[in-house]
Unconditional design. Structure first.
Length: 170
């Protein structure tokens, strides 16, 4: 009898939908290109697809580098990465605005994960925001080098001509 009860309870736990399973999150963009130091903005919509309220919903922003040699500290990218949404009623949706500052150059994925604060439901992740960050543009050194070399050369040539003229006058 105990074994039958255990099988029933385990089976019921597997079949029972978790509160988090009814949550969905979608980003309003699929890609963004920016430069180091610049901020970019996007929004996510968290929706309760289920017939019952989901209490204590938490949305969390994360950044992943697609290059194993690039270290990402998400706190450097955004200081407001966790949002506490409270209870989402059946069918209710909440829109969240996110501001992120590009810190590293390279290719990244930004996404939002949602879960109920009790941790009883499953974690649901948004669609990825493919993020390309270029390095800051530097001065065009090929345009500066001719000036840096040319101006002293012209001045030196002028000095030589002035000295020759003085010698010829003496």
């Amino acid at each position: 009898m105990k074994r039958l009860l255990l099988v029933f309870l385990v089976g019921a736990a597997v079949l029972a939908p978790s509160a988090g399973a009814s949550l969905a999150v979608k980003l309003d963009q699929s890609s963004v290109s920016t430069r180091i130091g610049e901020k970019f903005h996007f929004s996510s919509t968290v929706r309760n697809l289920g017939p019952h309220p989901v209490p204590d919903v938490v949305a969390h922003l994360n950044i992943v580098s697609l290059d194993p040699s690039v270290y990402v500290d998400p706190e450097d990218w955004s200081s407001h990465r966790t949002r506490y949404l409270g209870t989402l009623g059946a069918g209710e949706a909440r829109r969240i605005q996110w501001t992120v500052q590009a810190v590293n150059s390279g290719h990244f994925v930004v996404y939002v994960a949602v879960v109920d604060r009790n941790g009883q439901g499953s974690v649901t992740a948004s669609n990825p925001l493919a993020t390309t960050v270029a390095q800051k543009r530097r001065l065009n050194s090929s345009g500066v080098v001719p000036l840096a070399l040319g101006i002293p050369a012209v001045l030196a040539l002028g000095l030589v001509l002035v000295r020759r003229r003085r010698r010829s006058l003496i």
